[in-house]
Design a protein around this ligand. Sequence first.
Ligand code: MN
Length: 283
Amino acid sequence: MLGAIPVARALPVRERRMVGPWCFLDRFGPLSFSEGKPMDVAPHPHIGLQTVTWLLDGEIRHDDSLGCATVTRPGGVSVMTAGGGVAHTEQTPPDHGRMLDGVQLWVALPEAVRNGPASFSATLSVPVLENRAGIIRIFAGGMGSAVSPAPHYSPILGIDIEIHPGSSVEVSLEREWEHSVSVLRGSARSGGELLAPGCLHYLEPGREGADFSSPDGARLLLIGGPPFPESILMWWNFVARTPEEIATAREDWQQHRRFGDVKAYRGARLEAPPLSLFPRPVR
Ligand code: MN
């Protein structure tokens, strides 16, 4: 294993901006709560990316400016394709199980589709590969004949690997792709090496596979894809190519153009931060 990066937000970080087309990885939870709304993200815009929401526990209600509404639950995946622009909200629904544990990832859209129409897709139950050692849940891309129906626009893999206590799970990988693995629950080893928690473990291209073992059981997140061929620029909730595109998207949001309203949400929307600190293109 290479490149353990100790951060709460696993992507992007200085040492590694992307893994395949994946450009953002954020963990929320695990947490339990008795009252209130641990997740309440007011209306905000996106361009040039897909959001991928995957839960181990709990529920998240999604509403967007297309009028799509859904509650994401464990075992299902929600994918919002922002294309040229969409706005959405994410909230803990009133009817909840007092737990929240999951990840949100972003996928950079390739040039051909990044300014296209927005769409939303909810898959209630993703394909699963199961044997005595564990369960692999495929929420993006495919492994053999098990292919997630969630729409993606460049080659991609996103899987949740559940290892049963005392077992070892082997995963075959595309040789030309890069991958990363993160521990979501429990503790696990790969190639005899402990996978430190809270880290993104980068797997460089050239591997045929990887094996993971756990004494007491674990859940791992493995993502990958071919190294993304385009340079991207990320700022706030936008993935673009030039500072001008970012500035225009920001201005459109502030002026109530382009993105539409999330009519299902009661409350104020998020304001864009000032453009004063501007990032540089990566890769
Ligand atoms: Mn969002």
